[in-house]
Design a protein around this ligand. Structure first.
Ligand code: NAD
Length: 269
C-alpha cells in the first residue's frame, strides 16, 4: 500500500476517525505508511470498518473509544497508543460536531457541548501529544520534526455563521489556539497546522447536499462548483504532516473550492 511511504514508521492518532473527514484522513495517513489509532465517540462498528479497510490494504490500525472532551479518557487513549505503538508522531484533531440554534434560543448546554468537543478536545489531545513530542525529541530517520499536529478548523474560522454561533466561535478559537501553540512549540521542532475545509460531503452537513435543490443552493457558495470529498482533505493532511511540508507551521490552509472568496461579489456585487 506504500506507493508514497513518506510517513513510514510513524504513529498517528486521528480523532473522530470513524466517519467523514476523519476517516478520509486516517486512510490517507495509513496509505502513506503511518500506523493509525482510529478514535471514535460512539460508533464502534464504523470504527472497526475503518480499521479493516486499512488492514486490508496492508496497513496498521486499531480503534479506540474516547470522548475528546474528557481529560481522563484522552489520557487513557494516549496511554494505550504508547503501549501499542510506543509513541506518537502525528496528531490530527478532527473530532467535531454542530448543535445549531438561533442565538437567542441557544441553550448553555448547546454552547458548552460544541465548545467542549470542538475546542477543549483539541487542547486536551494536543497537550498530551506535545508532552510526548518534547520528551522524545526528533528521531532522525523518521521525520525532520519531533511531531506534527493538525487542527481541523473550518471556513467558519473566518466566515461568520448566523444560527451556528457556538460552532463558529469554536473554529475561531481553534485558529488562535493553533497559532499560539505553534509559536510556543516551534523551538521544540513541533509543527502545528490548521486545515480549513469548505463544504465536504459528510454526515455533518447531509441536509446541505442530499437533495438536488439543496446541492444547487450550496454550489452558489462554491466558485469551483463542486462539493469536496473526505479524500481531498485526506491528501492535504498526509502532505502537511510529511517532511515535504517541513517549513509550514502556524497557519491554516483553506481547502474550500473558493468558498472564502466572497462569491457574492463574483458578478460585481
Ligand atoms: P462527521 O459527523 O462525519 O464526523 C465527526 C466525527 O467526530 C465522528 O467521527 C465522531 O465520532 C467524532 N466525534 C464527535 N464527538 C466526539 C467526541 N466527543 N469525542 C470523539 N469524537 C467525537 O463530520 P465531518 O464533516 O467529518 O467533521 C469532521 C471535522 O471536520 C469536524 O471538526 C468539522 O467541524 C470539520 N469540518 C467539516 C466540514 C464539512 O463540510 N464536512 C467543513 C469544515 C469543517
Amino acid at each position: 500500500m506504500n506507493s508514497s511511504p513518506s510517513l513510514k514508521g510513524q504513529a498517528a492518532l486521528v480523532t473522530g476517525a470513524d466517519s467523514g473527514i476523519g476517516k478520509g484522513v486516517a486512510l490517507a495517513l495509513a496509505h502513506a505508511g503511518a500506523s493509525v489509532v482510529i478514535n471514535f465517540a460512539h460508533n464502534h462498528d464504523a470504527a472497526e470498518e475503518t480499521v479493516n479497510e486499512i488492514k486490508a490494504a496492508g496497513g496498521m490500525a486499531f480503534a479506540y473509544q474516547a470522548d475528546v472532551s474528557h481529560e481522563e479518557e484522552v489520557q487513557a487513549m494516549f496511554a494505550e497508543m504508547f503501549k501499542q505503538y510506543g509513541t506518537i508522531d502525528i496528531l490530527v484533531n478532527n473530532a467535531g460536531l454542530q448543535k445549531d440554534s438561533k442565538f437567542v434560543d441557544m441553550t448553555l448546554d448547546q454552547w458548552n457541548t460544541v465548545i467542549s468537543i470542538n475546542l477543549t478536545g483539541q487542547f486536551l489531545c494536543s497537550r498530551e501529544a506535545a508532552r510526548e513530542f518534547i520528551r522524545r525529541g526528533v528521531v532522525e530517520d523518521r521525520s525532520r520534526a519531533a511531531g506534527k499536529i493538525i487542527c481541523m478548523s473550518s471556513v467558519h474560522e473566518v466566515i461568520p455563521w448566523a444560527g451556528h454561533v457556538n460552532y463558529a466561535a469554536s473554529k475561531g478559537g481553534i485558529s488562535m489556539f493553533m497559532k499560539s501553540i505553534a509559536q510556543e512549540l516551534a523551538p521544540h521542532k513541533i509543527r502545528v497546522v490548521g486545515i480549513g475545509p469548505g463544504a465536504i460531503q459528510t454526515p455533518i452537513n447531509k441536509a446541505a447536499w442530499d437533495t438536488p435543490e439543496a446541492l444547487d443552493k450550496l454550489l452558489t457558495l462554491i466558485p469551483y462548483n463542486r462539493i469536496g470529498k473526505p479524500e481531498d482533505i485526506g491528501k492535504l493532511a498526509a502532505w502537511l504532516v510529511s517532511d515535504d511540508a517541513d517549513y509550514i507551521t502556524g497557519t491554516t490552509i483553506f481547502m474550500d473550492g473558493g468558498m472564502t472568496l466572497y462569491p457574492g461579489f463574483a458578478d460585481n456585487g
